[in-house]
Write a protein that binds this ligand. Structure first.
Ligand code: EPZ
Length: 428
């Protein structure tokens, strides 16, 4: 067990380099199973979700070779298994992508229900609707999801709601199906476009990724490729918020500014100065954040994965702010942790009303999920005194070297091992 010990209250200043996008990497790695030849994937983030997926690919029989810390060569030709066990699947939501990838590869997939952050129910009914449209039979037996198709034929799928996972999974199953597949009401996130670009670099025929209608003409074979993952828009947004929350001045390098438009707009609205360059953005903040209203929506709306980080910023804003969570049924558990630090808020269904206080108080808090964990780190960094963050395994799932990157920006943050008895005492 580990925790972060933070001595906050210092403005963060300097340069931080953004890593490869987690939500692109976790879609592209299973997609390698669709190739008939080895693939080289570059700019992978060094996070535990990537490590878990690489282990799963090896267990399925693919050959995984680490070229360097962020580059792997994967040869899928030896992958004979189509079963993804509970142990392989439970840690993360993206394990569901093995359903589409294995269905597309060999017409059969048996995958344990995915894990991932707890935002209430996280169904896969739209994924299943897509697979069935392509001619697969899908059943849930002994707690495993089984998809089976002797042949896959293109079809038209209208998603009941915009779903990143369903868009990705249907794309994976359709890319070698016979004929044309159209996904209507498709998700438009940058990682959807990155997956489509990766598949097209292998010889797939996908048009319209990034719009709400994606057309996929099935092809017989996908050849090997060398592909570099896009930078992580949410990691970049997290450091933008940290700059604003600590009244700092941070140059965030290796970004695609176009992916950050809605986050930049909000950061400017709360009073920060943002300077955009070709592949970096600089965020400077001199005053207390202003209040604002946030509604999270599918891309290109304000990303739900930036909601907790902004909730922290607004907890010290001048005035009362409102957040409406438009994607998940409940994503406010991080506010319970902020309450321990003195935040003043009320939650009513999907809306949180946050009344800014001058400053939070340092305290022992927990990461309740990935982005909530990043949020409470920011809370500790912006608050004078010692804040500790436990359950940081959630943070390591999606943020590469977060303590090192913040330390380089002048933060006092240390990763500390919590001895079992101390942890047990705590539990008691
Ligand atoms: C992806 O989750 C991301 N995870 C999430 O990021 C992100 O919050 C989410 O997309 C929205 O952008 C990964 O990419 C690994 P959805 P996903 O399917 O695919 C409902 C992070 O912090 N829905 O777009 O699971 C669903 O309940 C993580 O990196 C159905 O009802 O999200 C939700 O209300 C957290 N049935 C909404 O749609 C379905 O079959 C959007 O979910 C599928 C989804």
């Amino acid at each position: 067990m580990e925790k972060f010990v933070i001595n906050g209250g210092k403005p963060l200043r300097g340069t931080v380099r953004i890593s490869g996008a987690k939500n692109a990497a976790v879609a592209i790695l299973p997609a390698v199973l669709l190739s008939d030849e080895p693939c080289i994937i570059e700019n992978l983030p060094e996070i535990s979700d990537v490590a878990t997926l690489l282990d799963s690919l090896s267990i399925l029989g693919a050959q995984v070779k680490l070229i360097n810390k962020t580059t792997v060569q994967i040869d899928p030709r030896g992958a004979g298994s189509y079963v993804v066990s509970k142990e392989m699947a439970e840690g993360m939501r993206a394990s569901s992508y093995f359903l589409g990838a294995l269905l597309g590869r060999c017409g059969h997939a048996v995958v344990a229900p995915p894990g991932g952050c707890d935002f209430g129910v996280r169904p896969i009914d739209q994924h299943i609707k897509g697979f069935e449209t392509l001619g697969a039979e899908v059943s849930i037996e002994n707690g495993m999801v089984e998809a089976h198709a002797s042949d896959l034929f293109g079809g038209s799928v209208y998603l009941d709601m915009v779903s990143v996972g369903a868009t990705i999974n249907i794309m994976l199953a359709a890319v070698k199906a016979k004929g044309l597949t159209v996904i209507e009401n498709a998700a438009r996130e940058p990682h959807i476009v990155d997956l489509a670009n990766f598949l097209n670099s292998m010889g797939a025929n996908i048009m319209g990724a990034g719009t709400n209608a994606i057309k996929i003409r099935g092809v017989e074979h996908l050849h090997g490729t060398s592909y570099s993952i896009i930078p992580d828009q949410i990691e970049a947004g997290t450091y933008m918020v940290a700059a604003a929350a600590t009244k700092g001045d941070i140059l965030i390098e290796n970004v695609i500014p176009k992916h950050l438009e809605s986050i930049i707009a909000k950061i400017i609205e709360i009073g920060a100065t943002v300077t955009e360059y070709d592949e970096s953005v600089r965020v400077t903040m001199k005053t207390r954040p202003k209040k604002c209203t946030i509604k999270t929506m599918p891309h290109p709306g304000f990303p739900t994965d930036m909601q907790p980080q902004f909730g922290v910023l607004l907890s010290i804003a001048d005035g009362t702010s409102f957040i409406t969570e438009g994607v998940w049924e409940s994503r406010y558990r991080y506010l319970e942790q902020l309450a321990i630090m003195g935040a003043d808020f009320k939650v009513d269904g999907k809306t949180a009303m946050i009344t800014g206080v001058e400053s939070l108080k340092p305290a022992p808090v927990k990461a309740v999920d990935l982005r909530a964990g990043a949020a409470v780190i920011i809370a500790g960094l912006m608050t004078k005194g010692e804040t500790t963050v436990e359950q940081i395994q959630f943070i390591d799932r999606g943020y590469e070297h977060i303590a090192e990157k913040f330390t380089k920006l002048g933060a006092d943050i240390k990763r500390v091992t919590v001895s079992d008895n101390a942890a047990n005492t705590k539990m008691a």
